[in-house]
Design a protein around this ligand. Sequence first.
Ligand SMILES: [Cu+2]
Length: 215
Amino acid sequence: MGGESDYPVVSRPTPAPMGAGKRLGQSIMGQTDRRIKRGGTPEGRAAIDIALHEREKRKSMAMKSQVRSKASLIALVVFMVAVILVACQSGPPEVSIKSPAAVVMPGGNAMVFMTIENKGGPDVLTGVSTDIPGATALIHVMKDNHMQHVKTLNIAGGRSTVFKMGSRHIMIEFLPETMTAGSPFTLTMVFEKSGTMQLHLKLEKAPSKAPMSMK
Ligand SMILES: [Cu+2]
């Protein structure tokens, strides 16, 4: 509440109907009573009461419109965030490959793990190949606890697709015996929209239990 100085109504000459002072005065709280005592004539008091009443009205209207504009600002922000999200996930993909690791498996195979991070729209992994002579690279997914070869793999937009043991992975078959832990090779990943990415990797020993890392 303001002080005395922002109370300019005493000099206001508006005449008030008889009895209005009492009615309005009763509807406004104790603060009004204090002013009424100082108000002088009944007309003066009535004018104060009306002005007070109007001020309260104006205040509550201002507060309402403030709440309304705050609400519409929030709605606008939510809308814009939604538009940005939709735009990101339907626009071009932004694919990057994190922590790739190739592990030698028994039986002349190797498995390659990685995280494909995609901050843009969806993409498709359409093929994998390797420069290892005589070897074949395949996209494997797990189905009913068995590895299954798939020709393509959808890479969802706006999230990471993880290749790991027991889940999707790149399988390298027919590894020559000369390729052992420490041997370098290149794995080529082809995406429908993001194009070709080459990973320069080194074969690693299969971990006994320790978590896998790149180098
Ligand atoms: Cu496999």
